[in-house]
Write a protein that binds this ligand. Sequence first.
Ligand code: AMP
Ligand code: GLY
Length: 423
Amino acid sequence: MNILILGSGGREHTFAWKIAQSPKCDQLYVAPGNSGTDKVGTNVNLSVTDFAAIKALVLEKKIDMVVVGPEDPLVQGVHDFFLNDDAIKHVSVIGPQKKAAELEGSKEFAKEFLFRHNIPTAAYESFTKETVEKGYRFLETLNAPYVLKADGLAAGKGVVILNNLEEAKAELKSMLVDAKFGQASTKVVIEEFLDGIELSCFVLTDGENYKILPTAKDYKRIGEGDTGLNTGGMGAVSPVPFATDEFLNKIEERIVKPTISGFKKDNLPYVGFVFIGLIKVGDEPKVIEYNVRMGDPETEVVFPRLRNDLVEVLQAMANGTLDEINIEIDERAATTIMLVSGGYPEAYEKGKVISGVDTIEDSLAFHAGAVIKDGDIVTSGGRVMAITSYGNTYQEAIKKSYQNIEKLHFDKMKYRKDIGFDL
Ligand code: AMP
Ligand code: GLY
């Protein structure tokens, strides 16, 4: 079959790397792709939210399946767009329909879903410009730190955690009244602060059945010791050493099962990946957020551990036969270290030549913000490349990634040297 992947990050290069290994895949296209996807498939330069261009490509290249990487096209309804068009409705789309994608598109929608289905999560209330005074009063009833979340998509920047009540009130005003995040902060969710260690759980579903992929932990802050600004993710480890069988069982019983049955009860059409952001509070898992896609860089450690033919798994998701699939996982640990442009997540320069990629041994280089220009691989984004390694332990895997990173270079290259420090 012919497959199209939408997206251009390390996540999409990992999808492409894995899909290209399948004998079931004939032609593989990635739109817009990067210098890594270019090696395993054909890049097509179009925007992931330009649905008309996607349709034209699907018809021209006789695409049978579209795998959606990022959340934007899902929240904007790319799956529904296919279902509503006779010319392309036969194409399998991997990713939930718009109604279900609201689980990531609106924090309030997600919190209502969690409470309706009795899934453990932080207490919350939501506020608008009209109820900002009530928001101040609510903050006064809470203890620090204060967690404020813009309701809509804000490119990963919409969550603000503050230690001081007056600062929290000022932030609430800035979000609601001054529209700090534009449309995304016309509503704000204020949450109880949960104190614990975070991990992510990834679930595949065909809407009826589900399969759980290995857990992973990512490192979101730019600085060592989890300090500094939030990023898309600076590294990841899978499996998560503190996720014991007993703890995983709690996640499945209390969170995964009610989530999947909640989709059915609420009539949320879901064929795709569910990324459940969790926090371990004492010995209990609680949900921090839902994402309706795979994580990046978590994909770069989760998919390398998946032994199955990914196309077979995706087909089973599309056909509603996921119950017939037996997920097989590599016992080894996988870790990834993200190389980023100096300055990221704030302003950074692009177009820096990346050298040494061909000299990498015994690790996988998943390209992210990198493109081919005049025969060179050059930087094109903040997160540039994820170096993934296997090991009998995560420490061994991390060591291998760091050894290979020594051979890589671009001007102002930066990476965290302490991935896994807290495990
Ligand atoms: P989110 O975009 O909802 O994942 O939030 C971004 C980050 O904020 C999370 O990864 C957590 O580190 C933190 N966070 C979100 N909600 C809470 C909460 N209720 N308590 C503590 N930390 C939180
Ligand atoms: N690494 C976090 C995310 O993909 O949202």
